[in-house]
Ligand binder design. Structure first.
Ligand code: HEM
Length: 434
């Protein structure tokens, strides 16, 4: 028998839009109603918030063909001419697949380790550093030197400005405007975004003119796909994908690393255990690929940071048609939110969910596979999950061998939702040499 999702009371005309523009609080309120699916509205748009792991699994895996990514995601990137339909999406995925395979990661792991080694060596000690900005620079270099094999035409400052310009476009206020204003009006009012687009276009034009892509890189794989007449991956779509890599893909990694450092700095017990493991496993002061398997606590530290602060705090989908979800009926053309933020912090999924506790990942405790999904799931899960975990383990182990970390001012972390969760005042940490 079909069930009706719990309806949130709203106000005339705007419905629940005033609540939805504070999405972290909103999804927690929805969860606290204890209904597996909550129905709200934002102006004319219906919005379903899905709060049970088994239903998230259904949306992302067995029934993923019934949903698409919604308009505001396309608006945020806005970097290609034409729709990306499912056949193109699967071509793009097959372009990403080989680049992120175990063998390919192994092939470029030398460059990766060199990058981590050099990057972490230059930190002077005793002064506060905003590690969010620092990790953005690491991510720019990862994208350019390892994944694309091009020289960045942007400085790290310009890159950061570009990411900020795109990031604020995904702020809840702007996302709400997408439903209400025409495209031209949005673009006029969006100076930071226009500057960010100029920077991105400079980057893309430069690599288009200069790059001699090395085989096995994202760039060569995308260009191969764009040259294949059957692939439907046009040059503009390949260009868009490099833009997604530079902005949409790198920022969650920079945020995840910054938040993990924040937790390490705030918790001396976690820091001491991380250091002991790194000291026992690693020879010298730079972790290498051969240490990865044994750096289990470093992985737990990072996984737990992504549980409490999932950089992509919710995933968005849209119903293409009338859809049954479990025993619920969903309207066509409605937004569907799969909020990692609320599900990762649900006491029915994790004990003491608000506590940062890496040991919950020691393999002793069980949870539903979709109670924790920082990298999404199903056919469109993040292709860089393995690479991100590996890089995080190298960075965290190497860091802990070289430095002691302390919070610069306060050990509370306030975040706001944009393209990824954004630490509101940066993440300032003081490093002292060991
Ligand atoms: C901690 C770091 C990261 C997190 C938490 C993360 C999370 C995610 C999530 C949740 C999705 C699914 C979005 C959706 O289905 O709506 C996704 C997709 C994607 N990610 Fe990541 N990601 C991370 C790092 C990266 C990196 C480093 C790269 C590239 C090197 C990358 C490339 C991509 C791409 C290309 C997609 C789109 C896949 C598709 O639409 O088929 N991600 N990521």
């Amino acid at each position: 028998m079909s069930q009706t999702p719990l309806r949130l009371d709203g106000v005339p005309i705007i419905g629940n839009a005033h609540q939805a523009i504070k999405p972290l609080e909103f999804v927690e309120q929805c969860r606290d109603h204890s209904s597996p699916v909550v129905r709200a509205t934002a102006g004319p748009k219906t919005l379903y918030v899905v709060l049970r792991p088994r239903l998230v699994k259904e949306v992302l895996t067995s029934h993923d063909g019934r949903y698409q990514k919604p308009e505001h995601i396309r608006y945020g990137i806005d970097n290609f001419d034409g729709d990306i339909d499912t056949s193109v999406t699967s071509r793009l995925r097959s372009a990403w697949g080989p680049v992120m395979s175990r063998d390919n990661i192994k092939a470029y792991s030398g460059r990766l380790m060199g990058l981590v080694d050099e990057f972490l060596a230059r930190w002077d000690t005793g002064t506060a550093r905003n590690v969010h900005e620092e990790f953005r620079e690491l991510c720019l270099r990862l994208a350019c030197e390892v994944l694309l094999d091009v020289e960045s035409p942007l400085t790290s400052g310009q890159y950061s400005e570009m990411v900020d310009g795109f990031s604020q476009r995904f702020s809840p206020k702007n996302v709400a405007m997408v439903e209400l204003l025409p495209d031209w009006a949005l673009k006029l009012s969006d100076r930071e975004y226009r500057q960010a687009r100029l920077l991105l276009d400079t980057f893309l034009d430069d690599i288009h003119d200069e790059a001699q892509p090395t085989s096995g890189t994202v760039l060569s794989s995308l260009l191969d796909a764009s040259k294949n007449p059957n692939s439907k991956v046009s040059e503009s779509i390949a260009r868009n994908e490099v833009g997604v890599l530079l902005v949409g893909a790198m920022e969650p990694l920079a945020v995840g690393l910054a938040i993990a450092c924040h937790q390490i700095a705030a918790r001396s017990d976690v820091q001491a255990k991380l250091y002991r493991e790194a000291r026992d496993v690693v020879e010298g002061t730079t972790a290498t690929l051969s240490d990865i398997q044994e750096l289990q606590y470093a992985e737990q530290v990072f996984r737990e940071a992504l549980r409490l602060h999932p950089p992509l705090y919710t995933m968005f989908r849209e119903t293409k048609e009338h859809v049954s979800l479990g025993s619920y009926e969903l309207e066509p053309d409605a937004q569907v939110w799969l909020p990692q933020w609320a599900i990762h912090r649900d006491p029915s999924n994790f004990d003491n969910p608000e506590t940062y506790d890496p040991s919950r990942w020691d393999g002793e405790r069980e949870h539903h596979p979709f109670a924790y999904f920082p990298f999404g799931g199903g056919p469109r899960h993040c292709p860089a999950r393995r690479l991100s975990l590996m890089l995080a383990k190298l960075v965290l182990a190497t860091l802990s061998l070289r430095y002691e970390l302390a919070p610069a001012a306060t050990d509370t972390l306030e975040v706001r939702p944009e393209l990824a969760l954004r630490p509101m005042t940066g993440v300032d940490i003081v490093f002292s040499a060991r």
